[in-house]
Design a protein around this ligand. Structure first.
Ligand SMILES: Nc1ncnc2c1ncn2[C@@H]1O[C@H](COP(=O)(O)OP(=O)(O)OP(=O)(O)O)[C@@H](O)[C@H]1O
Ligand SMILES: [Mg+2]
Length: 225
């Protein structure tokens, strides 16, 4: 296996006026291509912060982030955004869909930003919605979909650019257990198809779908025994 992304001695300190909040206190982590990792830990332990750094959405205060062996800590914001758009898909607890757009148009959005032409864009979005079992709901807006369906739209959107890495921050947190299981099964299927997946969850059962589990506490990680 080859290493997709690794963190070396990563710290993150948030500054709120005079107050410093240490969110990560030195994290070393290596994620292989094809991995399925679950991140668990109490509220405030740094899971989302770590996910944002793995996803190149945020920079560490100190330490290095290597993407396929290349140090990306010093990349200009534009280059970082370009890499992120191409290689990483995000799924959030609150779905973060655009309420005024149909499922189809929500999935098309990242493709639009990447300059994919209309016809190809429509075809790809349609295909992705079918892949997540929502071919028949293309014209529905988020408010006209169930929670589980919204999350599936969000997953289709995360897949639009055919990313290597899928980062999901409590994707089942707002779902009933049946819809939640469907979302986990979908993520597991993507992983079997070759995608690298990181899943943040409070739920031990959800974490058990992953291949390995990291625990977080007070900004530090360790591997589950
Ligand atoms: N933008 C921010 N500014 C200041 N402090 C922040 C910011 N984001 C997070 N923090 C702080 O950093 C610490 C880690 O937060 P983080 O969101 O990573 O935790 P988490 O493990 O994801 O928690 P939860 O399970 O509640 O989502 C917390 O103490 C939090 O208050
Ligand atoms: Mg969080």
């Amino acid at each position: 296996m080859s290493t997709l992304v690794s963190l070396e001695g990563v710290t993150k300190v948030y500054r709120l006026g005079q107050v410093e909040v240490p969110a990560l206190r030195g994290v070393d982590l290596s994620l292989e291509a094809g991995d399925f990792l679950a991140l668990m830990g109490p509220s405030g332990s740094g899971k989302s912060t770590l996910l944002h750094i793995l996803g190149l959405l945020d920079r560490p205060t100190s330490g290095r982030v290597l993407w396929q062996g290349e140090d990306v800590s010093g990349l200009r914001p534009g280059r970082l955004a370009e890499l992120r758009g191409r290689a990483i898909g995000f799924v959030f607890q609150t779905f973060n869909l655009v309420p005024t757009l149909s499922a189809q148009h929500n999935v098309e959005l990242p493709l639009l930003f990447q300059g994919v032409r209309g016809k190809e864009r429509r075809r790809r979005a349609q295909e992705l919605l079918e892949q997540v079992g929502l071919g028949a709901r293309r014209r529905h807006r988020p408010a006209q979909l169930s929670g589980g369906e919204r999350q599936r739209v969000a997953i289709a959107r995360a897949l639009a650019a055919d990313p290597q890495l899928i980062l999901a921050d409590e994707p089942t947190g707002n779902l009933d257990s049946v819809s939640g299981s469907e979302i986990l099964e979908l993520l597991a299927g993507l992983n079997r198809g070759g995608k690298t997946v990181v899943l943040v969850t409070h739920d031990p059962e959800a974490a058990s779908t992953a291949r390995w589990v990291l625990r977080m506490r007070d900004g530090r990680v360790w591997e589950e025994g």
